[in-house]
Design a protein around this ligand. Sequence first.
Ligand code: PMP
Length: 296
Amino acid sequence: MYYSDKSVVFYDDKFVKAKKVACSPFAQTLHYGYGIFEGLRAYQTASGATIFKAREHFERMKYAAQKLSIPLSYTVKDLENIAYDLLDQNNFKDAYIRPLLFCPDNMRLASSRESILFMGAWKWPRYLGNELLSTCISSIERPNPKSCPVDAKISGLYVSSIMATNEARSKGYEEAIMLDQNGFVAQASGANIFYEKDGELFTPPAGHILAGITRKVIMDLARERDIRVTEKQVTIQELKQADMAMLTGTAVEVALIGSVDEAKFKRNVKNSKCGELAKSFADLVHSAFEPAYTII
Ligand code: PMP
């Protein structure tokens, strides 16, 4: 699914065939989750394949590398160029792009002086589908922000996301809503959450969440449309009594939620602000938002 015989990836400073890449079993990241990654999407637009918010994603990657003291020997611009070359080499217009900065052989619990950059891309339709999602409140909490920065995409942080998704699926739900350590709604396993009440939007504040790039775009789109957005601590009860809710993230894009545990949302998608913003987001990513040429 992620690669074929022809796929090309960027690995250890060069483009190579994906099937030729071999990773050492002594890599520090493999054992301890001490690595960072990103997830970006390229869309076919009138000015060719365009990576949505490429700079913002690579700046977040640089921030994560600094936070963890993992050396990153590429600038944000270098990373953007590698991502565009990767799309060209694989002849992709619409694709999901996955950079991973990982640490090579080192079994000590101390920072490496070396790192290896991997970047791969594949066709990945929105992974949560197009129907209204059934979700449940997870018993697995978001990681404690005092133990590891939760505003960075750190490999090891995703263990709790996988556990939360496994739990939700085992109970017959599609996605998990995770709480923070104080019992407030935080986010889904790999996406942010908004709920709608009386025509206004509410979303948990930064602190325990990965305040995503899509979340920010949705907030900007809402404000442009005079839809009020408030960042606040959200209780389970508030979420369950909402008119509608949605998840936002690069992989899920905007996914509308139909229910949380036994509570079903009543609002019709077509009349909801969430539905309106999902449509605006889809239009935005396919528009030539960063033209390859300038009209003077
Ligand atoms: N939370 C987590 C844990 C994520 O992995 C993601 C996906 N990157 C998000 C939220 C959404 O972030 P973004 O909109 O930047 O993709």
